[in-house]
Ligand binder design. Structure first.
Ligand code: SF4
Ligand code: SF4
Length: 182
């Protein structure tokens, strides 16, 4: 069996001894000089830090950000509260309550059944994207860039309801205009 004194997983282990320090070692000048050289070396290297939030880094093309509940071309909510996203969510982060659409609400909801309440607990979510993949109505998407879950100090504020999740109407109109022009 190898001795714990000689075996090193990283290969960087150094044996220390209790030998008395020499005069030059006791004044630490050499050690201070070596330390200063390390500092100087890093002063002229390219900085790896950025001044967030003034500066931001580009997001990865496969980045999955916070969720959006989509609207169709006419601005109606696509979600029909079928519950498939909640069933496929491995973190059990999604809850919803279904309601029946009234005749005068046809301009608001695309299907006869819609989500009266739709909530995602962002503290549970692992941004796996399974909710997006399981949705038969293309009603939920994880945004590709920029949209992050903001920091907060209370747990309740991490439960995102429809007020935060549903795509703003103006964005739906802009999308439709873009499609029409293409
Ligand atoms: S991204 Fe994954 S963990 Fe988050 S709500 Fe969707 S299915 Fe659940
Ligand atoms: S987001 Fe899609 S899968 Fe989830 S309840 Fe709505 S329609 Fe169903």
């Amino acid at each position: 069996m190898s001795s714990t004194n000689t075996y090193s997983l990283s290969g960087r282990k150094k044996m220390v001894s209790n030998k008395k320090l020499t005069w030059s070692e006791r004044i630490y000048l050499v050690a201070i000089f070596k330390g200063m050289m390390v500092t100087l070396k890093h002063m002229f290297k390219k900085k790896v830090t950025i001044s967030y939030p003034e500066q931001t880094r580009p997001f990865s093309p496969v980045y999955r950000g916070r969720h959006t509940l989509m609207r169709d071309d006419e601005g109606r909510e696509r979600c029909t509260a079928c519950g498939l996203c909640a069933l496929s969510c491995p973190a059990e982060a999604i809850t919803m309550k279904a309601a029946e659409r009234k005749p005068e609400e046809k301009h608001l909801y695309r299907e006869e059944k819609y989500a009266e309440i739709y909530e995602i607990n962002m503290l549970r979510c692992i941004f796996c994207g399974l909710c997006e993949e399981s949705c038969p109505k293309q009603a939920i998407y994880l945004t590709k860039s920029g949209e992050i879950t903001k920091a907060d100090i209370t747990r309740e504020n991490f439960i995102y309801g429809k007020d935060k999740l549903v795509m703003p109407l103006e964005a739906a109109i802009a999308n439709t205009n873009k499609q029409n022009q293409a």
